[in-house]
Design a protein around this ligand. Structure first.
Ligand code: HEM
Length: 213
């Protein structure tokens, strides 16, 4: 049920248990590939691989866990595709972004389940993840690329690093927004629920749609 009464008052279901499970699978797998990837990227961070079970172990699991991360994001796509489409409502919200920056949320046009920033984040992780997987496949089995086509290997290295940097930037903003900026957001991805006041303040169209109020 979307709306129910709990000890602290009325609550609205924002994330179901399967949604939260897949979110945390994506988060954990991303953190693992991020840390092992940083270890391979620079000798200054090589010690990270030692902490994570040793360099050969990290090298073995990095591509497999990366694949698992991408599958988790594909699952998100299947579940949230309707919620992630960018609409005219989002474009209006984007044009009023100045109010968001100045903390004048009441002056922003109301949005549905996710705002434009959340949608952009999702698409960056999906397409960034796809690029990481494609370029990563070349680096996973480099011996399969004939020496004459070694340009593909060099391109894959560049693409892998560029896509990783793109997702890292998005990830840092996502974690900061989810934990420090938007109070109540973090509890929602842990417990699944938000208060009607939170839903009305941050996602009014979604609030009206799911509660019928
Ligand atoms: C430790 C890392 C992470 C933390 C602390 C975190 C936190 C959160 C929080 C608090 C929300 C709820 C936001 C809301 O409904 O207002 C959320 C939603 C979401 N998370 Fe994460 N997350 C993490 C990693 C990731 C990763 C790696 C992905 C990769 C795809 C991801 C994808 C999403 C998506 C698509 C949503 C729904 C839309 C959005 O709020 O952006 N998260 N996360």
């Amino acid at each position: 049920m979307t709306l129910h009464r709990a000890a602290g008052g009325l609550r609205i279901l924002r994330y179901t248990l399967p949604e939260r499970t897949i979110h945390w699978l994506a988060a954990l797998t991303y953190c693992y590939v991020l840390l092992t990837g940083l270890a391979f990227y620079t000798p200054h961070l090589y010690w990270l691989a030692t902490l994570l079970g040793g360099p050969p172990t990290s090298r073995f699991w990095h591509p497999w866990i990366g694949l698992l991360f991408f599958l988790a994001v594909l699952w998100m796509l299947r579940t949230w595709i309707a919620d992630m489409r960018i609409t005219s409502v989002d474009r209006a919200w984007g044009r009023a972004i100045d109010h968001y920056i100045r903390n004048e949320d009441e002056a922003l046009p109301p949005v549905d389940r996710f705002n434009l920033g959340q949608k952009y984040f999702f698409w960056v992780m999906l397409w960034g993840g796809a690029l990481l997987l494609i370029s990563g496949a070349v680096l996973w089995f480099p011996e399969r690329i004939p020496w004459g086509l070694r340009g593909i290997r060099y391109a894959a290295i560049l693409l892998h690093v560029a896509a990783a940097l793109l997702t890292i930037g998005a990830f840092i903003i996502h974690v900061y927004m989810g934990t420090a900026m938007v109070r109540g957001g973090f509890t929602s991805i842990i417990r699944g629920e938000v208060s009607p006041a939170w839903a009305k303040a941050h996602h009014r169209l979604w609030y009206e749609r799911v509660t019928g109020r």
